[in-house]
Design a binder for this molecule. Structure first.
Ligand SMILES: [Zn+2]
Length: 312
């Protein structure tokens, strides 16, 4: 090794009086003692990161520590993955098996056959097309959280100068949010277990809810947990093999789900002048979601095949 001038001088100073051969023997002994024994003969397998393999030539190329050297394994299927895999060695059979982790354990419910329409609300979390309410206390939980944030904010604004810490505030907020979320999850579970749906139709959420749309609830709307509800519902549907279909939501609240005419909202009711229908406003939306979902499904099937279209 060639050392820089300054280091070379120090090296020469330190090397005076050292028995080089003996030192080398000593170093070799220490390296042998501390170096881990190669364990390849014992190992029955190893993991390979996503970027350490590629597919090609009906097989898989595994990278090795040697530059440009790859191990090629011929595959028995055409499946390709983009995640960490595990190579399970079977030396006795002169073979190996590649294990790939699956994303989620999926349950299938043979007895889930219903098709339901859902509407989400500010006061009640979800209402079905039959008027069943899930998350009846959603509004209370949501209001408690919104109020806490509103008060916390005004107190903070007033004492901004002599109030540096907000630890207590954040802890309280996290507690309320956790309570709300656990309530949401519990009610979604109850909905799925009770309604036993095969397919759910939900009006598509607006891309971004502009402040001011819900004037009274301006503050609450900002905090509104619709995104969270949607995320959890999507996840739980996936885990239970339930199809969640978003339907076109334009004017979904203005249309009468009985006759299709344009009606009015009166307090929490939907009232149709044309046919005289009068029903809870959210229920009307959920019924429309179901109607639109079915219509959507028919047009999708019609694109695929025009032999048999069933309308329930
Ligand atoms: Zn009507």
């Amino acid at each position: 090794m060639i050392l820089e001038k300054e280091w070379e001088e120090r090296y020469q100073e330190a090397a005076v009086g050292v028995d080089t051969a003996r030192l080398n023997r000593y170093l070799c002994k220490q390296v042998r003692r501390h170096l881990d024994k190669l364990s390849a003969e014992k190992a029955t397998g190893f993991s390979v990161a996503e970027r350490a393999y590629r597919y090609g030539d009906h097989g898989i190329y595994l990278s090795t520590k040697e530059k440009r050297k790859r191990i090629f394994i011929l595959l028995t299927d055409n499946n390709q993955y983009k995640r960490q895999i595990y190579i399970d060695l079977k030396p006795d059979e002169r073979n190996l098996v590649i294990h790939v982790p699956v994303e989620t354990a999926v349950r299938r419910h043979e007895d889930y056959h219903a098709r339901i329409g859902l509407a989400s609300g500010m006061r009640h979390m979800l209402v079905t097309d039959k008027g069943h309410v899930y998350g009846e206390r959603y509004g209370e939980y949501q209001f408690a959280l919104a109020e806490y944030v509103r008060k916390g904010r005004s107190v903070y604004q007033k004492n901004r100068r002599n109030n540096p810490g907000r630890k207590k505030y954040y802890a309280g907020k996290a507690r309320l949010e956790a309570a709300l979320h656990s309530y949401i999850n519990g009610e979604i579970n109850r909905l799925l277990e009770t309604e036993m749906p095969e397919e759910i139709f939900l009006p598509k959420l607006p891309q971004n809810t502009r402040a001011g749309v819900y004037k009274v609830y301006n503050n609450a709307a900002h905090m509104w947990q619709r995104g969270y509800i949607k995320k959890r519902l999507t996840q739980k549907c996936q885990e239970n093999s339930i199809r969640l279909v978003e339907v076109f939501a334009k004017n979904i609240g203005k249309e009468c789900s009985v006759c299709g005419a344009t009606g009015k909202k009166e307090k929490e009711f939907f009232v149709c002048q044309a046919c005289g229908a009068q029903l809870p406003e959210r229920e009307n939306v959920a019924r429309n979601a179901l109607l639109r979902g079915r219509a959507q499904r028919v047009s999708v099937s019609a694109n695929v095949t025009d032999t048999e279209i069933k309308i329930e």
